[in-house]
Design a protein around this ligand. Sequence first.
Ligand code: GLN
Length: 538
Amino acid sequence: MHRTKYIFVTGGVTSSLGKGIIAASLAKLLQARGYRVTIQKLDPYLNIDPGTLNPYEHGECYVTNDGAETDLDLGHYERFLDTPTSQANNVTTGRIYQAVIDKERRGDFLGKTVQIIPHITDEIKYRIQLLEQSGDYDLIITEIGGTIGDIESLPYVEAVRQLMWEMGRENALVIHLTLLPYLSTTGELKTKPTQHSVKMLMESGISPDILVCRTEHHVTDEIRNKLALFCNVEKRAIIESIDAETIYDVPLLMLDEGLDRVVLEKLKLSTAQSPDLSKWNEFLSKFKNPSQTVEIGLIGKYVELHDSYKSIVESTIHAGAVNDTKVNIHWIHSEDLNSDTVKAELTGLHGIIVAPGFGPRGIEGKIKAVQFAREHQIPFFGICLGMQIAVIEYARNVMHMNEANSTEMDENTPFSVIDLMSEQKTITNKGGTMRLGEWDCELLHDSKAYAAYGHSKLKERHRHRYEFNNKFLQAFEQAGLQAVGFNPETRLVEVIEIRNHPWFVGVQFHPEYKSTVLNPHPLFVGFIKAALVNKGIK
Ligand code: GLN
């Protein structure tokens, strides 16, 4: 009988080892062998979801088709696998506790004392197995956030222990991702932190089946023997994960190390079909051997932490590869842009992206960037807040509505060209209440956006509370800024363009969430093409 099998991924020694990339790489290899696979991330923090988190905390908030605000690792999963994830793919401790406490209030526990074990662990087990119910997957990879030994990870580790016991070792296994630090004074990789971390996992009743070892240097045979002996892991299941040039190399490195093969053998699944990575390799070779470069400015207010714009950066990589182009991102802090600096900061760029964001900080700098791109005919791509800023800039500098603004920044502006959506006006809670997820958009045929997509009906992902104020639509169109994409039901403006400009496109949605290695997003592809034209190449 067919049953879904589980691969649990834990992390040891330190955080930020890249569990998400290892999980996504393994999933890619299994998918390339014909298995149906998905990935799930369990985050041990108390927020219900990362939607309320400042990007400085954990980087970008990623959004799924069904409108879940999730950890950025889900972006890696989608970009690697080219299959959508959903709310069920990201679970936080906050969500687990909320569900259990709601049940308690309803009286579902029939007078029992509600405890971490079994009630919280049961809820974790239920969430882990929720994805299985669709029957869509042969394998589910579940990444446990945090590091083994953290207090907040304990209920997850206990839930995994129970599931391993219930499912049996042919149906579930544990991969432990760990670090082998290199001591330059003695020129050695050290295994002790890994031994301790495995020991800690064993104290919780879990013996890892596979060790993936992050390292700056190759892992010698001697070290593999040592790790095998002291960590109770078969030698063939000691997998080296050496620092890679790019994250897109990691699936190939894992293939060389046989990670997918060991996983399948341990789960008693066939390895007969070898992985077909032809398209992946095609992308990699284009990505690594570009025939030209373009300089793209990314204007945002969280640029100190590049992870805040993860999906945008990856989208430019995908779009660069199909255009045989290396995209050099110039990180530009919006707060650094003013009339004195804008010329020096932006001259020489072939394209300018104004990033999404919330609140007034850095807004005036973003307006300066839009004005520079518009006046100097530099390809401009405004995403969400970036589109709204383009509207404000046009109102102020072309239409002479000097104090035009979004009501997000100035509630009393005389020209509220961007305004709170009416359905948002009664909402007070901040969590999960934006206009989220996939919504329809229809494009005018005579537009840059249509030329990029090649069709007029789209579904794109959203995350916003404010919108173009249709009260001003006619005035804008007369002045040369056109709405070229609308929600067909509500007429909400989804895409704006300026006609007498080589490529000036602003979108209310987030195209970056849908770009994948195998399907680069058409708007990013069009934008990079326009940047190449601007450079004089195409
Ligand atoms: N702050 C703006 C809004 O809520 C833009 C949001 C965004 O850029 N994601 O509409």
